[in-house]
Design a protein around this ligand. Structure first.
Ligand code: PHE
Length: 374
């Protein structure tokens, strides 16, 4: 009798040891969503998070063992780095979806790479997000969007070919990696295509009075004005252009994509973007319907890219069938993904090659203009 009891206890002890062992191995995979939820461009973070959560919640309901932690990067290098350190060292995430802004994504990519954390930014378009200064690849870092040299060419070509521009002004924030990079790409594309850059003027992120720069623009009288900045700055500059009576087509890039862009200030404008609700593919129309049912608004490009990026991670986790970030990285790198924002396969740097959707603003009204293939 005693013997059997000992045997039973022993078996139970071994069983519980095995079970706890298994449990440790199958620890829930933690994923950080790192996006700007406060500050000047918080619509970027809200949209990206909403799009990503639509995908993650569906996967969790489907039985995928993941936990999501959301953090605020504020579209800022230091805030982004602090939040990434907290996600990695306090919350124990092994993957990060984000940051949105290149200025935050570049420093966070370095932290992620150094700590074997997989990072997939849905939206950061500056080349330095995925490559080191010496040109080598950051092998834990990927993105779901096209890059700035491409969108710089798209808008420069649009100005020359579609609007017949021969001259331009380019205004840019010299302290922002995304804006400064884009200004350079637009400048070189516009010049290569035979155009002349009459005004190339920098401001700083805290500037609110642009009268000196706009005085130079008025004097030079360019055919178009490029403002490759985020929507909050575009609103400020566009208001002062109206005040000064400068009426030229305004051209920007994906940073204009916000419900808070003050389109009423823009009589003629264009910007490059990552998706259009006018895209008739079923995958796009189904996503729009699902998103509207969940949030009551039409998804913007950030929501769409957030959704695509989350689904790419989900697919990689399932394919790897492991919680190991390096195994998931290998699965992600090999993915052929059909996204709402277009098909995504990565090149050797972890960058996809994708089309741009150009958006037009006419007397304050936004509409789809055209797709541009790479
Ligand atoms: N591309 C921007 C950046 O790199 C972020 C962005 C993407 C903003 C899409 C709006 C829409 O900083």
């Amino acid at each position: 009798m005693k013997r059997t009891m000992f045997a039973v206890i022993a078996v139970l002890m071994v069983l519980s040891l095995v079970l706890t062992g298994c449990q440790q191995e199958e620890e829930t995979l933690k994923i950080g969503i790192l996006v700007p939820l406060s500050g000047e461009v918080k619509t970027f973070g809200e949209s990206t998070r909403n799009g990503a959560m639509l995908a993650f919640e569906a996967a969790i309901a489907d039985g995928l063992d993941i936990e999501i932690v959301v953090a605020d990067s504020k579209c800022d290098a230091q805030e982004g780095a602090n939040a990434a350190n907290k996600l990695i060292f306090e919350d124990g995430v092994s993957m990060i979806l984000g940051p949105v802004c290149s200025g935050a994504a570049i420093p966070v990519s370095e932290i992620a790479q150094a700590n074997d954390v997989l990072m997939l930014t849905a939206t950061a378009t500056n080349p330095s997000v995925t490559i080191n200064e010496d040109g080598s690849n950051k092998d834990m870092i990927f993105r779901a969007c096209f890059l700035d040299p491409f969108q710089g060419t798209v808008v420069a070509k649009l100005a020359i070919d579609d609007l017949g521009a021969q001259t331009c002004a380019i205004l840019y924030d010299m302290g922002d990696d995304y804006v400064k990079g884009l200004a350079e790409y637009i400048q070189s594309s516009f010049t290569d295509l035979g155009g002349e850059v009459l005004v190339y003027e920098a401001y700083t992120s805290t500037d609110t009075d642009f009268s000196a720069i706009l005085g130079k623009v008025a004097a030079a009288d360019p055919d178009v004005i490029f403002i490759p900045d985020y929507y909050d700055k575009v609103n400020l500059i566009a208001a002062q252009l109206v005040e000064k009576g400068i009426e030229k087509p305004l051209i920007g890039c994906d940073g204009w994509d916000s419900a808070e862009l003050n389109t009423e200030l823009i009589s003629e404008g264009y910007f490059s973007n990552h998706y259009s609700p006018a895209d008739e593919r079923a995958i796009v129309q189904d996503f729009i319907a699902n998103y509207e049912a969940a949030y009551g608004t039409q998804p913007d490009a950030l929501a769409t890219l957030g959704y695509d990026a989350a689904n790419m991670l989900i697919q990689a986790i399932k394919e790897a069938d492991s919680t190991d970030a390096t195994a998931i990285r290998d699965a992600l790198a090999a993915e052929e993904f059909e996204g709402v924002s277009g098909n995504i396969t990565f090149d050797a740097n972890g960058d996809p090659i994708k089309s741009a959707a150009v958006v037009q603003i006419q007397d304050g009204v936004i509409s789809f203009y055209k797709f541009v293939a790479p």
